[in-house]
Ligand binder design. Sequence first.
Ligand code: PBG
Length: 328
Amino acid sequence: MQRPRRNRRTAAIRGMIRETVLTPSDLVLPMFVHEEPEDVEIASMPGVTRWSVDGLVAAAGEARALGVPAVVVFPKIAENLKTPDAAECANDDGLVPRAVRAIKSAHPELCVITDVALDPYNSDGHDGVVGTGPDGRTDVLNDATVEILCRQARCHARAGADIVAPSDMMDGRVAAIRSALDAEGHTHVSILSYAAKYASAFYGPFRGALDSAPKAGDKATYQMDPANAREAVRECLLDAAEGADMLMVKPAGMYLDVIGRARAATTLPVAAYQVSGEYLMMKSAAAGGWLDERRCVMESLIAIKRAGSDMILTYYAAQAARWLAEES
Ligand code: PBG
């Protein structure tokens, strides 16, 4: 008789045959920064802080000390700096470039990733410029947006970003950003493309954190329909062909099949983003005493890795690294 349970009999055997191992080097910490001198807890994301630039540098250093190799910087921009053309996104003295320079000078070995998209800077709250499209309808304009994204990516590269991560879902932006970076000599800067980014309700708490919710309409004309998986493969293959160095699937936990397909479809590293709503579901259920936070978080992360991702962006990155250190 076949007895699979023999391979589960002792912790030693289970350890030997374990197929997937999570380490801090798999984890990336998304971080929020604002202009204010205080570090404040974000109301829509309990346990997550919106840092001053100084606080950001210190917290990034702590994550690094725990073995987390990379952080992503998300800015909350003052309302009066937001414009329809999101011009502030390419200001070399803006919040993101200053934050990147500060992190890189304090922790040169830490990998700094920046988000390339217009939503924090755009008075319309969309990832691109709103205007009248070729069909006469109001929409986010693709090619006009891509031009601005190129300026934004170059600005981040000048500040010292190691990786720029376009999260806007415009067509053709990976190729355009790659040539814009190369033309200015940033051939070493990588592109982590949000290739399969879904129009998800699970981004709600993040938009609260940045005050970046769209003022009108939704993001369904550029972010993907949650019903589609084949289309994700198409997006991944296009971004790979355009020169992306790494691909991302987002959200993560409910899109494990998409992570698996992205893994199978390309040879590029695959990242997955455990988004704010996924974080909040575990955080709030744990706060209510209904879920064991540590076990649920570690299970969610191992599942995301098992599905085929090489790197996981998660608000739990530092905490999970701490838990992993306790286990070893
Ligand atoms: C926007 C961006 C979003 C997130 C990362 N970059 C929100 C959106 O697309 O509306 C979401 C992250 C999260 O929910 O944790 N460029």
